[in-house]
Write a protein that binds this ligand. Sequence first.
Ligand SMILES: C[S@@+](CC[C@H](N)C(=O)[O-])C[C@H]1O[C@@H](n2cnc3c(N)ncnc32)[C@H](O)[C@@H]1O
Length: 457
Amino acid sequence: LQKFASCIEVNPDLTRAIVSFQADKRKPFFSWLKYKEAFSADLVRYLLREFAGELRPHTRREILDPFSGIGTTLVTAAAEGWDATGIELLPVGAAATTARLAATRVDLQEFARCYQHLKELDFTRARTSFAFPHIRITRNAFPSQTETEISVFRAFMETIHDSDVRALVCLAALAVLEDCSFTRKDGQYLRWDNRSGRKGKSEFRKGLVLDFKSALCARVGQIGRDLQLIEPSLGTSRVELIEGSCLLTLPKLETNRFHLTVTSPPYCNRYDYTRTYALELAFLGYTDSDVSRLRQTLLSATVENRSKGSSLLDYYGTIGRGGFYAEANASVEQCDALQEVLSLLNSARSQGKLNNGNIPAMIRNYFFEMSFVIKELARVTAAGGRIIMINDNVQYHGEGIPVDLILSDFAQRAGLVVERIWVLQRGKGNSSQQMGIHGRRENRKGVYVWHKPGRGL
Ligand SMILES: C[S@@+](CC[C@H](N)C(=O)[O-])C[C@H]1O[C@@H](n2cnc3c(N)ncnc32)[C@H](O)[C@@H]1O
């Protein structure tokens, strides 16, 4: 804290709404799919205003988001003339980004024709070979009429040949699955309504479960109206979405290329994207083993994640950058704050005081992987460029983990200057369970600004 105290500053412009998906909840285009993990377009615009001024006029501006989610950074910056590159591993985020890009060029008449066909479709006759491809954790998620309707829709999808229309209609289906199911995305997991018939004594009632056909047609209709209302144009900007893990794709990007990175990695909070988005993943054709593999490939933030240490060691060896691996690893070993947290949590673990014994390993894995991400970001950023990262501090067993300070320490070791750690006026409280035991303590929510020294821009 002493090391970075002079950089920490409350920024009243950064409200909870703009650093989360809240600010975009009702906006055309942004509201099509509820992705609670997103930040808002207003935040991206604010950061572009703050930091783009220093670029020389007429420079081709390049922005990067290695955890691009539904593409908020990409689409917002591209609309302001930036070339944008995103990396996203979760197919739900990638499908949303593809649809958002499709919206900028789709043939409106083709879209309207497809919408008309959809409304005229007979949704009562099941198409068994197109049944919802359930995985273990999605079984019984839908009423049987919905299963029938989904099968009709999946068969219909095969007949849409225009890839832009298809991407938009697929997004509409992804967007309504939860509302038509007996589940609700709730914190870390899916909650199950007691009408699902799943074993266990759930008392939970989610209220109205929507009928798939009506919900889908309503969403496709909304998208159609929004497409007429707004003219989402990317002008001459180029947007590239790389589908895969940034741990394996960042090393392939060119050195000194990007002027700005605006990104928000998964938080170190045990949130499991593969469980929360199980319905959508199954809809997109992910099998049980695909989902387990995906969980292990995502940045480690759950107690089930195994270490990626040996695979990263092999990978960096194969590309002839073993030294880079050693330096990233050293950032973790030499970070006193992180080592202190780990030793306290390991001692709580050996006294049986943690509610899950894998928490210290999860925290180590999280920071280990982030040390690679940060070192790679420092490499691909042009001299004079900036990296802006949004993240939350967390706490386990009453032990506050200063994610902002630890990651800023990694940034400094990677040759970046820690300019600011902007914090929101009020941080987020700890979980109710933790609050009962350890009292109310706020976790700082921060926007970190790191600068690559030099005058390259
Ligand atoms: C906090 S969200 C970012 C949301 C984004 N800012 C937006 O507005 O949509 C973090 C994202 O990182 C993605 N992710 C997790 N592990 C990843 C990895 N190894 N490589 C690339 N993306 C990953 C998740 O799927 C998630 O979409």
